[in-house]
Design a protein around this ligand. Structure first.
Ligand SMILES: NC(=O)C1=CN([C@@H]2O[C@H](COP(=O)(O)OP(=O)(O)OC[C@H]3O[C@@H](n4cnc5c(N)ncnc54)[C@H](O)[C@@H]3O)[C@@H](O)[C@H]2O)[C@@H](O)CC1
Ligand SMILES: [K+]
Length: 515
């Protein structure tokens, strides 16, 4: 079955490099040669280089060394290549490659080696393609001169830019970009994909990302993985299949505690998404004033009208009836559109404590644990939390919470709360109770619209009811949403999608992911 792909922080990547050199005996020079050659291969596959002018910006670290290999290979493909080399001592492997290039430049090889003096050197020599080999995973903080000026020039130059390993200036761990960081059209990541390419500014700056094999054994990449990414095929392979002899109750029973007089839409959307993700039967406990509306807008969901508070939200006196319903379900959703009445939130806490089936706690349901989320760890059954940043801040009672390192923040909180934590964002980052971190699919701009959170919660509970483990269900739900958005975007463009469009496309998305 398709495995998850390892994703590495800068530190983890350095450790994998080091282990390859020291334990496996692969010389650093060989890794550098492989990296440069693999990058050149990707460049030649995408850009015309023969007879063209290529500028390679060469930093003082090993990223620059990779760039020097690229110079050599592109020249062999008939390009006129100018290596603009930053002054400084340089690493031994870079120095060795610079020595080769200096010899080549003495002959008719198409190679020119130019020591950097001034940005005008590049500004006055137009290139058809620029390769950014200034800084890789070794960058720290804001860009210093002259790297900053070179990066700023690059972003204005207009020629296509290929970044080696990471766009210069991008923090390879957090995805935070220094000012004037390189904006690339293509990034060739060496060995393993870096966490920073997937998070924060990474996706915007990196352009197309291709990961190339450079001789670091897969076992080392996996042993050092900081997080994991599900390829599209992984999602397709893990989506539940309907058994040939399925009936509605064997196909997955969902119970949803959702909706209020003010928020009927959240109940409609989440329960519809549960069905569209493949659940066989969906029952919803809804406060009386909302029940006829939810019933009318969602013919398939079995609406169980329950007593309401004065605010039109579910009343705690519904406790026994609701717990009975939960007992008969394979998975339970609590939250979407519930409102934040104290009595309702007390009911939420009763449910989280007593329900044994896998439980998704979303939106207003999370408000029941504002300030004291640590009691969540006392729950015995599987728990999935689906906060966005605002909801996470409320859980932590910290208005300024905005972790620079989302992966480590999610890892810590999921372990602390013994929950699968689905931290919604671009991309969504999932933490598991045992300390793994899974990164969701790339962002789909169409999803930036109201109701997609309810859709995700409903999809997730539907997949849990069909027997998927919480972490697998979370990744599959994210992929279903992304694929449904992609299908919609293919027909209509990235704007104007509403959540019900997304829900309608979930079955087609599952079908597309499986094939
Ligand atoms: N053996 C290895 O470790 C391998 C490394 N590889 C390449 O080497 C890269 C890592 O190499 P290094 O560790 O030498 O680091 P880098 O080449 O990424 O950068 C280090 C250099 O950047 C400078 N620098 C750091 N922060 C700066 C800032 N804010 N402004 C301006 N300059 C700054 C440092 O002074 C140093 O000269 C990888 O990204 C990859 O491209 C590959 O060749 C594969 C093998
Ligand atoms: K780079």
């Amino acid at each position: 079955m398709t495995p998850l792909d390892p994703v590495l922080s800068a530190e983890a990547m350095r450790a994998a490099d080091q282990a390859t050199i020291e334990t496996w005996g692969v010389p650093g020079r060989v890794l550098m040669e492989s990296a440069g050659r693999a990058a050149a291969r990707e460049i030649v596959a995408r850009f015309e280089v023969a007879g063209r002018d290529v500028t390679v910006l060469v930093g003082t670290g090993n990223n620059g060394g990779d760039g020097l290999v690229v110079v050599r290979v592109l020249a062999a493909h008939g390009a006129r290549v100018r290596a603009l080399v930053l002054p400084g001592e340089g690493t031994p492997d870079r120095t060795a490659n610079l020595h080769i290039l200096s010899r080549m430049a003495e002959h008719d090889t198409g190679v020119e080696v130019v020591p950097f003096e001034d940005v005008r050197q590049v500004a006055n020599a137009p290139a058809d393609l620029v390769v950014d080999a200034l800084l890789g995973i070794g960058v720290t903080g804001e860009l210093r001169e002259p790297a900053r000026a070179l990066c700023a020039w690059l972003n204005r130059a207009g020629a296509p830019v290929v970044a080696l390993d990471v766009p210069s200036g991008l923090d390879a761990t957090t995805g935070r970009a220094a000012e004037d960081s390189v904006r690339a059209d293509l990034t060739v990541a060496f060995g393993g994909i870096k966490t920073g390419l997937l998070l924060g500014d990474g996706p915007t700056l990196a352009g197309e990302v291709v990961t190339v094999e450079i001789g670091i054994p897969d076992a080392e990449l996996r042993a050092h993985a900081t997080a994991w990414q599900a390829p599209r095929a992984w999602a397709g392979a893990h989506l539940p299949e309907r058994a040939a002899d399925a009936h509605k109750y064997s196909a997955g029973r969902v119970f949803a505690v959702v909706g209020s007089r003010t928020f009927t839409g959240a109940a409609v959307l989440s329960t519809a998404a549960a069905y569209r993700s493949g659940a066989g039967a969906v029952v919803a406990a809804v406060p009386e004033p909302a029940a006829p509306i939810v019933d009318a807008r969602n013919a398939e969901v079995m609406v169980d009208a329950q007593p309401a508070t004065g605010a039109g939200t579910l009343a705690r006196i519904a406790r026994e009836a609701v717990l009975d319903r939960a007992e008969a379900a394979d998975a339970v959703l609590v939250g979407c559109g519930l409102g934040r009445d104290d009595d309702t939130l007390a009911l939420v806490r009763d449910l989280v404590e007593a329900v044994e089936a896998p439980l998704v706690l979303d939106a207003d349901g999370l408000a029941a644990y504002a300030d004291d989320a640590d009691v969540l760890r006392q729950r015995s059954g599987p728990l999935v939390l689906t906060p966005h940043l605002g909801e996470l801040r409320r859980l932590l009672n910290d208005d300024s919470f905005d972790p620079i390192d989302r992966i480590e923040a999610v890892r810590g909180l999921a372990q602390r709360w013994h929950a699968t934590l689905v931290f919604k964002g671009v991309p969504t980052v999932v933490g598991t109770p045992d300390g793994r971190v899974l990164i969701g699919p790339p962002g789909e701009p169409a999803l930036a619209t109201a109701g997609t959170g309810d859709t995700l919660a409903g999809t997730l509970v539907g997949l849990l009811a069909q027997g998927l483990d919480p972490d697998v269900a979370a990744l599959c739900a994210l992929w279903l949403g992304a694929e449904a958005a992609r299908l919609w975007t293919a027909d209509h463009g990235a704007t104007g999608l509403v959540a019900s469009d997304l829900i309608d496309r979930l079955p087609a998305a599952a079908h597309a992911l499986r094939s």
